[in-house]
Design a protein around this ligand. Sequence first.
Ligand code: GLC
Ligand code: GLC
Length: 818
Amino acid sequence: MTEQAYGYFDDQRKEYVITSPFTPSPWINYLGNDGFYGLISNTAGGYCFYRDPKFRRLLRYRYNNVPVDCGGRYFYLKCDDEIWSVSGRPVPTELDHYECRHGLGYSRFIASKAQIRTELTCFIPLGQTAEVYRLHLSNQGEQDKTLNLFSLLEWCLWNAEDDGANFQRNLSTGEVEVDGSVLYHKTEYRERRNHYAFYGVNQPIQGFDTDRDSFLGPYRGFERPLAVEKGQAGNSIAHGWSPIASHHLELTLAAGESQTLVFVLGYVELPVEYKWQAPGIINKQPAKRMLAAFDSDEKVTAELAKLTAYWQQLLGHFHIQSPDERFNRSLNIWNQYQNMVTFNLSRSASFYESGIGRGMGFRDSNQDTIGFAHMVPERVRERILDLSATQKKDGSAYHQYQPLTKKGNANIGGNFNDDPMWMVLSTANYIKETGDFSILDARVNFDDEEGDFDHFEHLKRAFSHVVNHLGPHGLPLIGRADWNDCLNLNCFSEDPNESYQTTERGDAKVAESLMIAGQFVLYGQEFVQLCKLTERHKLADWAQQHIDLMVGAIDQHGWDGQWFLRAYDARGQKIGSQENQQGKIFIESQGFCVMAGIGLQDGRARLALDAVNQHLACEFGIMLQQPAYSDYDKYKGEISSYPPGYKENAGIFCHNNPWIIIAETLLGRGDQAYDYFSRISPAYLQDVQQLHKTEPYVYSQMIAGRDAATPGQAKNSWLSGTAAWCFYAASQYIAGIRPDYQGLRIMPCLPSHWPSLSVTRQFRGAVYQIDIANPHGLSQGVVDMQIDGEPVPGDLIPYARYRGQHKVQVRLLPPEQG
Ligand code: GLC
Ligand code: GLC
């Protein structure tokens, strides 16, 4: 454990320890696992919501504010003349000690000032719709102390978008009730809402405030509330304006004495007939039950233990021991954790996504599943079928859907032509993990067609959608965009008020994508395999013919001499070609064509990846394209709108780096694959925290590329497809522990300096302890395997033979010895 500028890893506790409240950007964590979620920064900023961050937001949070990260779960202490915050902000008072420990599903803030030590632990207990805050206070001085403690939350008026926009209405709707130590937020409860929120503490209080302006005082911010300065709450009752919840407690701590308080911020939903306990008085029974469940330190400690056990169990499905501590830390703890967070939130709510814009993305959510199918397979099945239900009868998909309604998002619509095939990936990967072919028979309607359809039919239509949307070269039409949302070839926008993603001009029958071509061949082959495994041989033949045609089209029109082209634009001109001045080479088509196996036999794959190394790789990762576009070009769209080096315009868009990592392993180049992995993986960036800016424990969407003013600076952390893909690449292609229909394959492609590797993998009812020895310093080799001491031919652990615990011993041998 070495201390760094802003923090360090504590692997023992599976925590990241932040040692300054003033990190380069707010470094956050996520709370909650099942419907109720919170985001919490290293100074306790952030908010929580029930299922939908737009429609059921409990706490108000201001994006784009100064200072950043304003609003959260705040606790003020006043002792003599000192005032401070137990989480390091918003009061700027310097603390004698500050520490934020982000752990799996909880965050803990340890502070000391004026010889008062505080430890605040925030978490969402399993299965609860509440955030619990346990506050330990201890007097470490020689004298008795009297403290004034103030809690503070600011309520969001439920609909987060209206809350920041519709002031003529929402300045008049706020309503509260106060009952002992519990402050209720019942805005709009009188009309159509059957839900309220409350904030309670397990002790009698001195006073309270529910009106923000009374608490803060005129023209004051969170950093200097008048009530705290005076040491006296105003017992204000909010009528409209901005309702808050603040408790005031006066505490006396003898020298050496400690106390624990438990605060609960809860959310309650009631059937209409039980909403009221008396006219105008809300039914408080459910709130009281929730409060009673957490009214002592012991109960809270027990809940925290359950949470720890929950994570222990989840992370136990895959555990790796390599010679590289950073690789282990990344895969065993933070990457899998980030995968679960992206499962829960998709791209909806982060410190970059305001939670009012996007729903769940079709392409993003399908891809995300490859990062957690091994942990929560039943929930993956459900997620895939939810996505399937938003597909349209022609095989296309709504680009996004809203989690509350599970309905496709009409404002954005569809026509992103890579969308459909991602469902083949998610489904095939799920079946390989679980062996559950019955998902193919699950009944699911199309969004625009009712009938008796099974999920398999959805995959078939996804495949057919590509077949039915080919362009002049027999390559897939791109539609609004493929994976790269910003390569908008049918948009031609000259109006700043238009969306690049939803504006379509022309007939869209010309612009083609080599990325979708590669994707179609790769996942098309998976589709063929699924057809064969379910005895649909005619369909398999039909599909194979279309794949062969596509390979032919790529060979004929998609190879640029040294690498794969990226696209043809709406005028039929090449993108990603030597002929171009800028944007000569792109990453996506190299990744997808090589992953699909194109050019593996004839050397083109090697050429393409060498070109990636020569033109796209830089110190901080692999850039999306080169050279960057210097000017806006309406025939390319949003990609050329960004300054060079940022986002899709030659930034390192981390999501696609693992495609190249996987492609490198297909060529057997384990050293190169590992090298690329270590350039973007956060565990390796511990020493460049200041430059990197975002959390050093999770992947970010983008790292600025070589052309940027600030190369190496990351943005948009947490909710990114990078997490799932990096885990998939590292666990299945570098470590090479790869689920397949018949069992678990062992196909490592290691950095050659690793002498050995061990993996514990739970798979279909068995637990395998896999020890791989690499005595010859190879990347790839012939696998020599014994299971429980018995030699087993090939690289497959046939699942059907095993239950319980098994020892798998593998030696990697040079081909001549294998
Ligand atoms: C964002 C989007 C994702 C897209 C990527 C590249 O991450 O969520 O859908 O593929 O950007 O444009
Ligand atoms: C993706 C892109 C981003 C674009 C957005 C539009 O997230 O990364 O640059 O603005 O899509 O939806």
